[in-house]
Design a protein around this ligand. Structure first.
Ligand code: SF4
Length: 473
């Protein structure tokens, strides 16, 4: 499936995803595996539930004094010889990175997986400025070759089968390979090795920024993160401001639940603690270290309706369990961040108008809250978003009219009872064997993929009244 563009309505993008049998196969295999691994990891970790509460409490407490912890982080990064930049928006963040690239004469940048750099569309900006970006995480490398965007927060190429990756390597790298993950990984590894040595710039995100030590923490499963942060002359880390945490003790709490939630591992294979540039006497590490703190709408949400979303660890667990994501994958969402948390992050970054359709792409089943390591109540915020869309009149007018009329009716019991009686009469030609298979006119979209239960022969009030009558006899 090629990536849908935002000019295509969400409903169509979702429809294309549902019709794509390769995507369906890839999604089912990967998300089922992630769900099983996560469940097994927490079943074998009785302290997990208490640590989830503790992690959430740390996030909340940190948000309450975010300015204080950010100032401490900045002081400590600078004390260790690093440079800190603050970007209020994506434009500014791109400009900061490009300035660093120009000043240091960079021609090639190796990158480790980073949703923050995806968010600011850094690769396009680097290319336009004559700096070649090379993704070095295997999944990111695959989608860069395919000229696509990530379709999952931690598994960017989750939408591709191994057969599709083998075909991509044959086309783009001129390498014939069996659709075997090990063989494909070896090819990517050989292609990337030279790039690490040639690159002038290493660009990463940051899973955490530890205020008390000025440490940037990277959690990865491939050795690429270490090479990106140690081989090039200059290392730039782009970090959302909400990723700051107070201390190393807090870090231990997050590390205990992050990998378990993401991939079912006790710890990810690599946890890298970056403490500024290379110091005298050290054999490796960059000459310069830059930390770009990215706001891009986050600070505004500390007092906003999406505040809880600022606690997100980007583990991807809510995507794996979401019945909508599991069917349509990440590209159908159309923005950088997919899945249930992605809808909220998209609203945070681009305003509620950007999710007028996506806000409804959730069954509100609550599976995401159960899976989330910091128990973010995504359904509650989605309902808030829907309300806001309605109040701001962003939702499509037929939807506003129908729900407005329904709300009006619900406040008038006599009329409601009358309309129920009327409905029972009108539905007669449509109801068969206890279900309505097709509604007329534009209501037909409702029954295109599901049946509608008919209005009951007697309402609850009528049955209740009857029960009371019987009890009095
Ligand atoms: S909302 Fe929770 S489950 Fe979803 S990515 Fe963020 S931390 Fe993980």
């Amino acid at each position: 499936m090629s990536e849908p563009d935002l000019a295509t309505p969400f409903r169509e993008r979702a429809g294309q995803a549902l019709d794509d049998r390769f995507l369906q196969e890839a999604l089912t295999i990967a998300t089922t595996k992630f769900i099983t691994l996560r469940r097994e990891a927490f079943d074998a970790f009785p302290q997990g539930e208490a640590l989830r509460d503790q992690a959430r409490a740390i996030k909340e407490a940190t948000l309450q004094r975010l300015d204080h912890w950010l100032e401490m982080l900045i002081d400590n990064v600078e004390r260790r010889g690093g440079h800190v930049h603050y970007a209020t928006g994506a434009d500014e963040a791109r400009r900061i990175v490009l300035d660093i690239a120009r000043r240091t004469g960079a021609r090639m940048a190796v990158k480790s997986k980073s949703m923050a750099t995806e968010e600011i569309h850094l690769n396009d900006a680097l290319e336009a400025a004559g700096v070649t970006p090379v993704e070095t995480d295997l999944g990111e490398y695959i989608i860069q070759l395919a000229h696509e965007r990530p379709s999952h927060i931690i598994a960017p190429a989750i939408h591709k089968t191994k057969g599709q990756v083998a075909e991509l390597f044959r086309r783009e790298l001129n390498r014939d390979a069996a659709p075997d993950p090990e063989v494909l990984t070896q090819i990517a590894r050989a292609e990337l090795r030279q790039k690490f040595l040639q690159a002038d710039l290493g660009i990463t995100g940051a899973n955490f920024g530890v205020a008390e030590t000025g440490t940037v923490v990277l959690v990865t499963n491939e050795g690429n993160g270490r090479m990106v942060t140690s081989l090039p002359r200059v290392h730039v880390a782009v970090m959302g401001v909400e990723k700051v945490i107070p201390s190393m003790t807090d870090l231990a709490v997050f590390l205990a639940i992050l990998a378990r939630s993401a991939t079912g591992q006790k710890l990810s294979v690599y946890t890298s603690l970056v403490n500024g540039p290379r110091r005298g006497g050290e054999l490796e590490g960059p000459e310069e270290f830059h930390l770009v703190l990215l706001d891009n709408g986050r600070i505004r949400q500390i007092a906003g309706p999406l505040r809880e979303a600022l606690s997100c660890l980007r583990c991807g667990a809510c995507l794996n369990v979401c019945p909508v994501y599991r069917q349509i994958g990440g590209h159908a969402y159309g923005y950088t961040y997919p899945g249930p948390i992605g809808i909220l992050l998209t609203a945070m970054l681009n305003g509620p108008g950007s999710v007028k359709d996506l806000a409804h792409a959730s069954s509100l089943c609550g599976a995401c809250v159960d899976a989330c390591p910091v128990r973010i109540d995504i359904p509650r915020m989605l309902i808030e978003l829907r309300r806001e869309l309605d109040e701001q009149r962003i939702a499509p007018w037929p939807e506003r009219v129908v729900f407005g009329a329904f709300a009006w009716l619900l406040q008038r019991p006599a009329l409601y009872r009358l309309s129920a009686r009327l409905g029972r009469l009108l539905q007669r030609p449509l109801a068969r064997n206890g279900r309505i298979r097709r509604l007329p006119l534009f209501f037909g979209s409702w029954t295109r993929t599901r049946d509608l239960p008919p209005i009951a022969a007697r309402t609850f009030h009528e049955r209740w009244a009857e029960l009371e009558r019987e009890a009095r006899r």
